[in-house]
Design a protein around this ligand. Structure first.
Ligand code: CO
Ligand code: CO
Ligand code: CO
Length: 350
Protein backbone atom coordinates (compact mmCIF):
# COMPACT_ATOMS: atom_id res chain seq x y z
CA UNK A 1 0.00 0.00 0.00
CA UNK A 2 1.52 3.35 -1.08
CA UNK A 3 1.40 6.41 1.15
CA UNK A 4 3.69 9.27 2.12
CA UNK A 5 6.08 7.76 4.71
CA UNK A 6 7.14 11.22 5.83
CA UNK A 7 3.76 11.83 7.43
CA UNK A 8 4.04 11.77 11.20
CA UNK A 9 0.78 10.39 12.57
CA UNK A 10 1.53 11.49 16.13
CA UNK A 11 1.52 15.13 15.00
CA UNK A 12 -2.24 14.71 14.44
CA UNK A 13 -2.64 13.57 18.03
CA UNK A 14 -3.22 16.16 20.78
CA UNK A 15 -2.23 13.65 23.50
CA UNK A 16 0.05 10.66 23.17
CA UNK A 17 -2.16 7.56 23.11
CA UNK A 18 -3.45 6.86 26.56
CA UNK A 19 -2.47 10.35 27.61
CA UNK A 20 -5.55 11.48 25.64
CA UNK A 21 -7.95 9.69 27.99
CA UNK A 22 -10.20 11.51 30.46
CA UNK A 23 -8.48 11.91 33.81
CA UNK A 24 -9.69 9.65 36.63
CA UNK A 25 -10.90 12.80 38.35
CA UNK A 26 -13.09 13.92 35.44
CA UNK A 27 -14.41 10.43 34.81
CA UNK A 28 -15.36 9.90 38.45
CA UNK A 29 -17.19 13.21 38.43
CA UNK A 30 -19.16 12.32 35.29
CA UNK A 31 -20.04 8.80 36.39
CA UNK A 32 -21.13 9.93 39.85
CA UNK A 33 -23.98 11.94 38.29
CA UNK A 34 -25.53 9.01 36.44
CA UNK A 35 -28.56 7.06 37.47
CA UNK A 36 -27.65 3.53 36.49
CA UNK A 37 -29.72 1.41 38.86
CA UNK A 38 -30.51 -1.01 36.02
CA UNK A 39 -27.14 -2.67 36.55
CA UNK A 40 -27.96 -6.02 38.09
CA UNK A 41 -25.96 -8.89 39.48
CA UNK A 42 -25.44 -10.30 36.00
CA UNK A 43 -22.89 -7.67 35.16
CA UNK A 44 -19.94 -5.83 36.58
CA UNK A 45 -20.41 -2.19 35.80
CA UNK A 46 -18.03 0.70 35.92
CA UNK A 47 -18.41 1.14 39.66
CA UNK A 48 -15.82 -1.55 40.23
CA UNK A 49 -13.60 -0.11 37.44
CA UNK A 50 -13.13 -3.66 36.24
CA UNK A 51 -11.51 -4.36 32.90
CA UNK A 52 -14.50 -5.87 31.08
CA UNK A 53 -18.23 -5.96 31.57
CA UNK A 54 -19.46 -9.46 32.27
CA UNK A 55 -22.73 -10.91 31.04
CA UNK A 56 -23.66 -14.36 32.28
CA UNK A 57 -25.17 -16.35 29.40
CA UNK A 58 -25.81 -19.59 31.30
CA UNK A 59 -24.65 -21.50 34.39
CA UNK A 60 -21.33 -22.33 32.80
CA UNK A 61 -20.17 -19.35 30.79
CA UNK A 62 -20.16 -15.56 30.54
CA UNK A 63 -19.58 -13.10 27.74
CA UNK A 64 -16.93 -10.51 28.58
CA UNK A 65 -16.97 -7.25 26.66
CA UNK A 66 -14.51 -4.41 26.43
CA UNK A 67 -13.89 -1.37 24.22
CA UNK A 68 -10.78 0.81 23.84
CA UNK A 69 -9.52 3.29 21.26
CA UNK A 70 -7.05 6.15 21.17
CA UNK A 71 -5.15 8.68 19.07
CA UNK A 72 -1.86 7.78 17.33
CA UNK A 73 0.87 6.74 19.74
CA UNK A 74 3.45 6.11 16.99
CA UNK A 75 4.00 7.60 13.50
CA UNK A 76 3.87 4.32 11.59
CA UNK A 77 0.21 3.58 10.70
CA UNK A 78 0.67 -0.20 10.63
CA UNK A 79 2.23 -0.22 14.10
CA UNK A 80 -0.43 2.16 15.38
CA UNK A 81 -3.10 -0.31 14.22
CA UNK A 82 -1.27 -3.21 15.83
CA UNK A 83 -0.69 -1.46 19.15
CA UNK A 84 -4.29 -0.22 19.35
CA UNK A 85 -5.54 -3.77 18.77
CA UNK A 86 -3.08 -5.23 21.30
CA UNK A 87 -4.28 -2.72 23.87
CA UNK A 88 -7.96 -3.41 23.16
CA UNK A 89 -7.51 -7.16 23.58
CA UNK A 90 -5.66 -6.76 26.85
CA UNK A 91 -8.73 -6.40 29.10
CA UNK A 92 -9.98 -9.82 27.96
CA UNK A 93 -6.66 -11.44 28.88
CA UNK A 94 -6.54 -9.63 32.24
CA UNK A 95 -9.78 -11.36 33.22
CA UNK A 96 -8.45 -14.75 32.12
CA UNK A 97 -10.85 -14.88 29.15
CA UNK A 98 -10.60 -15.96 25.52
CA UNK A 99 -11.36 -13.40 22.81
CA UNK A 100 -14.04 -14.40 20.26
CA UNK A 101 -14.26 -11.54 17.77
CA UNK A 102 -13.81 -7.77 17.49
CA UNK A 103 -15.31 -4.68 15.82
CA UNK A 104 -13.33 -1.68 14.56
CA UNK A 105 -13.81 1.85 15.91
CA UNK A 106 -12.38 4.40 13.47
CA UNK A 107 -12.12 8.18 13.25
CA UNK A 108 -10.14 9.61 10.34
CA UNK A 109 -9.45 13.02 8.72
CA UNK A 110 -10.33 12.00 5.15
CA UNK A 111 -9.63 15.51 3.84
CA UNK A 112 -6.19 15.80 5.40
CA UNK A 113 -4.76 12.29 5.19
CA UNK A 114 -4.42 9.72 2.41
CA UNK A 115 -7.00 6.93 2.72
CA UNK A 116 -4.22 4.40 2.17
CA UNK A 117 -2.96 5.35 5.62
CA UNK A 118 -6.28 4.23 7.07
CA UNK A 119 -6.07 0.96 5.14
CA UNK A 120 -2.65 0.35 6.67
CA UNK A 121 -3.90 1.13 10.21
CA UNK A 122 -6.77 -1.34 9.76
CA UNK A 123 -4.42 -3.97 8.33
CA UNK A 124 -2.34 -3.65 11.51
CA UNK A 125 -5.47 -4.34 13.55
CA UNK A 126 -6.44 -7.33 11.40
CA UNK A 127 -2.98 -8.86 11.61
CA UNK A 128 -2.80 -8.45 15.39
CA UNK A 129 -6.24 -10.03 15.76
CA UNK A 130 -5.03 -12.97 13.65
CA UNK A 131 -2.25 -13.46 16.20
CA UNK A 132 -4.96 -13.50 18.85
CA UNK A 133 -6.81 -16.05 16.66
CA UNK A 134 -9.88 -13.87 16.13
CA UNK A 135 -11.52 -12.01 13.24
CA UNK A 136 -12.69 -8.42 12.99
CA UNK A 137 -16.32 -8.75 11.91
CA UNK A 138 -17.13 -5.12 11.14
CA UNK A 139 -17.06 -1.76 12.81
CA UNK A 140 -17.96 1.89 12.56
CA UNK A 141 -16.09 4.88 11.16
CA UNK A 142 -16.53 8.65 11.26
CA UNK A 143 -14.72 11.67 9.84
CA UNK A 144 -12.75 13.50 12.49
CA UNK A 145 -9.80 15.92 12.61
CA UNK A 146 -7.84 13.56 14.85
CA UNK A 147 -7.29 9.95 13.77
CA UNK A 148 -8.48 7.42 16.33
CA UNK A 149 -8.49 3.65 16.27
CA UNK A 150 -9.36 0.77 18.51
CA UNK A 151 -11.57 -2.28 18.95
CA UNK A 152 -14.61 -3.44 20.80
CA UNK A 153 -13.69 -7.00 21.75
CA UNK A 154 -16.06 -9.75 22.82
CA UNK A 155 -14.68 -12.69 24.74
CA UNK A 156 -15.88 -15.71 26.65
CA UNK A 157 -14.98 -17.21 30.02
CA UNK A 158 -16.11 -19.99 32.34
CA UNK A 159 -18.07 -18.50 35.25
CA UNK A 160 -15.85 -20.19 37.84
CA UNK A 161 -12.65 -18.89 36.21
CA UNK A 162 -13.41 -15.16 36.02
CA UNK A 163 -10.46 -13.16 37.37
CA UNK A 164 -11.45 -9.79 38.82
CA UNK A 165 -9.39 -6.82 39.95
CA UNK A 166 -11.07 -6.53 43.38
CA UNK A 167 -10.37 -9.94 44.90
CA UNK A 168 -6.74 -9.62 46.04
CA UNK A 169 -5.96 -11.21 49.44
CA UNK A 170 -3.72 -10.17 52.35
CA UNK A 171 -0.17 -11.46 51.79
CA UNK A 172 -0.49 -11.84 48.01
CA UNK A 173 2.61 -11.01 46.02
CA UNK A 174 2.12 -8.48 43.23
CA UNK A 175 3.65 -9.54 39.91
CA UNK A 176 4.08 -7.30 36.88
CA UNK A 177 4.73 -8.80 33.42
CA UNK A 178 6.07 -5.87 31.33
CA UNK A 179 8.38 -2.93 32.06
CA UNK A 180 6.66 0.44 32.57
CA UNK A 181 7.46 3.80 30.97
CA UNK A 182 5.69 3.80 27.59
CA UNK A 183 3.90 7.08 28.37
CA UNK A 184 7.11 8.95 29.12
CA UNK A 185 8.93 7.42 26.14
CA UNK A 186 5.98 8.20 23.82
CA UNK A 187 6.27 11.82 24.89
CA UNK A 188 10.02 11.69 24.20
CA UNK A 189 9.27 10.20 20.75
CA UNK A 190 6.81 12.98 19.98
CA UNK A 191 9.46 15.55 20.97
CA UNK A 192 11.94 13.65 18.73
CA UNK A 193 14.27 12.95 21.66
CA UNK A 194 14.27 9.15 21.51
CA UNK A 195 16.77 7.14 19.44
CA UNK A 196 15.74 4.24 17.18
CA UNK A 197 16.66 1.49 19.64
CA UNK A 198 14.58 3.06 22.37
CA UNK A 199 11.66 3.63 19.99
CA UNK A 200 11.76 0.02 18.78
CA UNK A 201 12.07 -1.41 22.31
CA UNK A 202 9.11 0.65 23.50
CA UNK A 203 6.99 -0.30 20.48
CA UNK A 204 7.82 -3.96 21.12
CA UNK A 205 6.49 -3.65 24.68
CA UNK A 206 3.24 -1.97 23.59
CA UNK A 207 2.83 -4.35 20.67
CA UNK A 208 3.09 -7.63 22.60
CA UNK A 209 -0.17 -9.39 23.45
CA UNK A 210 -0.81 -10.40 27.06
CA UNK A 211 -2.21 -13.73 25.80
CA UNK A 212 0.69 -15.90 26.96
CA UNK A 213 1.02 -14.22 30.35
CA UNK A 214 -2.71 -14.74 30.82
CA UNK A 215 -2.52 -18.41 29.84
CA UNK A 216 0.33 -19.00 32.28
CA UNK A 217 -1.29 -17.14 35.18
CA UNK A 218 -4.49 -19.17 34.72
CA UNK A 219 -2.53 -22.34 35.55
CA UNK A 220 -1.98 -21.00 39.08
CA UNK A 221 -4.47 -20.19 41.80
CA UNK A 222 -4.17 -16.43 41.48
CA UNK A 223 -6.57 -14.16 43.37
CA UNK A 224 -6.87 -11.07 41.16
CA UNK A 225 -5.50 -9.44 38.02
CA UNK A 226 -5.79 -6.30 35.94
CA UNK A 227 -3.85 -4.85 33.02
CA UNK A 228 -1.83 -1.65 33.32
CA UNK A 229 -3.06 1.04 30.96
CA UNK A 230 -3.94 4.70 31.22
CA UNK A 231 -4.09 5.08 34.99
CA UNK A 232 -0.56 3.77 35.32
CA UNK A 233 0.95 1.27 37.75
CA UNK A 234 -0.15 3.23 40.83
CA UNK A 235 -3.66 3.88 39.48
CA UNK A 236 -4.27 0.22 38.78
CA UNK A 237 -2.82 -0.95 42.11
CA UNK A 238 -4.97 1.66 43.82
CA UNK A 239 -8.05 0.23 42.10
CA UNK A 240 -7.12 -3.26 43.29
CA UNK A 241 -6.62 -1.94 46.85
CA UNK A 242 -9.90 -0.03 46.85
CA UNK A 243 -11.89 -2.93 45.41
CA UNK A 244 -10.28 -5.53 47.66
CA UNK A 245 -10.31 -3.28 50.76
CA UNK A 246 -6.56 -3.72 51.22
CA UNK A 247 -3.37 -1.69 51.14
CA UNK A 248 -0.18 -2.49 49.24
CA UNK A 249 3.60 -2.13 49.62
CA UNK A 250 5.49 -1.33 46.41
CA UNK A 251 9.27 -1.30 46.01
CA UNK A 252 10.40 1.21 43.36
CA UNK A 253 13.67 -0.60 42.68
CA UNK A 254 11.89 -3.85 41.89
CA UNK A 255 9.58 -2.30 39.29
CA UNK A 256 10.89 -3.15 35.80
CA UNK A 257 11.31 0.07 33.80
CA UNK A 258 12.28 0.90 30.24
CA UNK A 259 15.99 1.76 30.29
CA UNK A 260 16.77 5.49 30.25
CA UNK A 261 13.27 6.32 31.50
CA UNK A 262 14.75 8.13 34.50
CA UNK A 263 16.81 10.43 32.25
CA UNK A 264 13.65 11.64 30.52
CA UNK A 265 11.56 11.86 33.69
CA UNK A 266 14.30 13.94 35.37
CA UNK A 267 13.99 16.44 32.50
CA UNK A 268 10.24 16.62 33.07
CA UNK A 269 9.43 14.79 29.82
CA UNK A 270 6.22 13.41 31.27
CA UNK A 271 2.77 13.26 29.64
CA UNK A 272 -0.01 15.38 31.14
CA UNK A 273 -2.01 12.19 31.74
CA UNK A 274 0.72 10.78 34.00
CA UNK A 275 0.82 14.01 36.00
CA UNK A 276 -2.97 13.87 36.36
CA UNK A 277 -2.68 10.28 37.55
CA UNK A 278 -0.36 11.24 40.39
CA UNK A 279 -2.43 14.28 41.34
CA UNK A 280 -5.58 12.12 41.54
CA UNK A 281 -3.88 9.61 43.85
CA UNK A 282 -1.66 11.84 45.94
CA UNK A 283 -3.74 11.52 49.14
CA UNK A 284 -3.90 7.75 48.85
CA UNK A 285 -0.17 7.08 48.58
CA UNK A 286 2.63 7.27 51.12
CA UNK A 287 6.04 7.85 49.55
CA UNK A 288 9.09 7.25 51.75
CA UNK A 289 11.38 10.28 52.22
CA UNK A 290 14.01 9.23 49.68
CA UNK A 291 11.48 9.47 46.82
CA UNK A 292 12.24 12.07 44.17
CA UNK A 293 9.37 13.69 42.30
CA UNK A 294 10.37 12.21 38.95
CA UNK A 295 10.27 8.73 40.50
CA UNK A 296 6.67 9.30 41.60
CA UNK A 297 5.78 10.26 38.03
CA UNK A 298 7.42 7.12 36.70
CA UNK A 299 5.24 4.95 38.94
CA UNK A 300 2.15 6.94 37.88
CA UNK A 301 3.07 6.96 34.17
CA UNK A 302 0.15 6.30 31.79
CA UNK A 303 0.81 3.07 29.94
CA UNK A 304 -0.37 2.03 26.51
CA UNK A 305 -0.94 -1.69 26.31
CA UNK A 306 1.02 -2.40 29.50
CA UNK A 307 1.54 -5.73 31.19
CA UNK A 308 -0.61 -7.69 33.62
CA UNK A 309 -0.63 -6.94 37.33
CA UNK A 310 -1.21 -10.26 39.08
CA UNK A 311 -2.13 -10.80 42.73
CA UNK A 312 -0.82 -14.25 43.58
CA UNK A 313 -0.74 -16.12 46.93
CA UNK A 314 2.84 -16.27 48.24
CA UNK A 315 2.98 -20.06 48.09
CA UNK A 316 2.70 -20.06 44.25
CA UNK A 317 4.27 -16.73 43.37
CA UNK A 318 7.86 -17.94 42.85
CA UNK A 319 6.68 -20.79 40.60
CA UNK A 320 4.43 -18.47 38.61
CA UNK A 321 7.26 -15.96 38.27
CA UNK A 322 9.66 -18.66 37.06
CA UNK A 323 7.21 -19.94 34.46
CA UNK A 324 6.50 -16.40 33.23
CA UNK A 325 10.21 -15.69 32.94
CA UNK A 326 10.94 -18.96 31.14
CA UNK A 327 8.30 -18.25 28.49
CA UNK A 328 7.89 -14.53 28.01
CA UNK A 329 10.00 -11.98 26.24
CA UNK A 330 9.94 -9.37 29.02
CA UNK A 331 11.13 -9.93 32.55
CA UNK A 332 8.33 -10.34 35.10
CA UNK A 333 9.00 -9.24 38.69
CA UNK A 334 7.46 -9.35 42.13
CA UNK A 335 7.17 -5.65 42.98
CA UNK A 336 5.38 -5.75 46.31
CA UNK A 337 2.53 -7.28 48.25
CA UNK A 338 -0.99 -6.67 49.52
CA UNK A 339 -1.56 -6.21 53.24
CA UNK A 340 -4.37 -5.33 55.68
CA UNK A 341 -6.07 -2.00 54.97
CA UNK A 342 -4.28 1.01 56.45
CA UNK A 343 -4.73 4.77 56.18
CA UNK A 344 -2.91 4.96 52.83
CA UNK A 345 -3.77 2.58 49.99
CA UNK A 346 -0.21 2.30 48.70
CA UNK A 347 3.14 2.55 50.52
CA UNK A 348 6.04 3.17 48.14
CA UNK A 349 9.64 2.70 49.22
CA UNK A 350 13.00 1.99 47.62
CO1 CO B 1 -7.93 -2.91 31.71
CO1 CO C 1 -10.42 -0.93 28.76
CO1 CO D 1 -22.53 1.87 12.64
Amino acid sequence: MKYDKEIKLTQFSPGAGWACKLSANDLTQVLSKLNNSSLNDKSIGFDSFDDCSIYRINNKQSIIQTVDFFTPIVDDPYLFGQIAATNSLSDIYAMGGTPLFALNIVAFPTEKLDLNILSVILQGGIDKCKMAKINILGGHSIKDDVPKYGLAVTGIIDNDKIIKNNTAKVGDDIIITKPIGSGIISTAIKKELANDTLINDTIEIMNTLNDNSSKIMMKYNINACTDITGYGLLGHINEMCRGSNLSANINYNKVPKIETIEDFAKKDIIPGGSKNNLEFLINKIYFSNEFKNYQKYILADSQTSGGLLISCPKEHSENLLDELNENLQFKSSIIGEFKEKEHFNIFCSH
